[in-house]
Design a protein around this ligand. Structure first.
Ligand code: 5GP
Length: 222
């Protein structure tokens, strides 16, 4: 099955600024849709069911796994997180650009399934800065911050597997970089031929010829 929209996967260690960047991207760009994942983690602060996440019990998550409802799922920081097929399939078929804000394990699973997915890793400028951001955020205890930093070392070690890397030293610059990645994908031959078909027709270029196979081969299990 061909899908007209793009699939972007954005990964970063906790505190690198991924959610703020994605939120700002969405404010600037009505064509992007952020997929809402399922998680067994309890809601934090003002989080709402169906907005930040679908908050489900361990048993409900098990049922979804058995029903093959997830295109990918992973254990992250003691909880399970998953992207449901339903969360992305419809938007992708409609031509929206779908963003998955997921960890590196999920990102690598997605890349194996959707070879055209664009993976972006957001790095903090330094470990000191990451520690300070986690402390300033005030959401976690000192022990939890140390766990997050230790996990971040393992996460960052996977950066070479990603298509793009953005260093979030300045928020505005990082947002500009993220917008550039999205814009670049919309300028490929395949994307332009789809989006600007009347112009291609007027120029008598002929039918759009996909130059890469965009097969969706859903996994049997994540
Ligand atoms: P948090 O609990 O802080 O919102 O998220 C913890 C981590 O889980 C983050 O790295 C986030 O990107 C990741 N995550 C959120 N949703 C998913 C998902 O559907 N799949 C995977 N693999 N990771 C996810």
């Amino acid at each position: 099955m061909n899908y007209p929209g793009h699939l972007f996967v954005i990964t970063a260690p906790s505190g690198a600024g991924k959610s703020s960047l994605v939120r700002a991207l969405r404010e600037h760009d009505a064509q992007v849709v952020v997929s809402v994942s399922h998680t067994t983690r309890p809601p934090r602060g003002q989080e709402q069911h169906g907005r930040e996440y679908f908050f489900v019990s361990e048993a409900e998550f098990d049922t979804l796994v058995l029903a093959d409802a997830f295109v990918e799922w992973a254990h992250v920081h003691h909880y399970r997180y998953g992207t449901s097929r339903h969360a992305i399939a419809e938007h992708m078929a409609q031509g929206s650009d779908v963003i998955l804000e997921i960890d590196y394990q999920g990102a690598l699973q997605i890349k194996r399934i959707f070879s055209d997915a664009v993976t972006v890793f957001i790095l903090p400028p330094s470990w000191d800065e990451l520690r300070q951001r986690l402390q300033r955020r005030g959401e976690d205890t000192g022990t939890v911050i140390e766990v997050r930093l230790a996990n971040a070392v393992a996460e960052v070690a996977q950066v070479h597997q990603f298509d793009f890397v953005i260093i979030n030293a300045s928020f505005e610059r990082a947002l500009d970089d993220l917008r550039a990645v999205v814009r670049t994908q919309r300028l490929t031959y395949t994307a332009q031929c789809r989006a600007k078909n009347p112009a291609f027709k007027a120029l008598q270029i002929g039918e759009c010829v996909p130059h890469t196979a965009q097969e969706i081969s859903w996994p049997v299990s994540p």
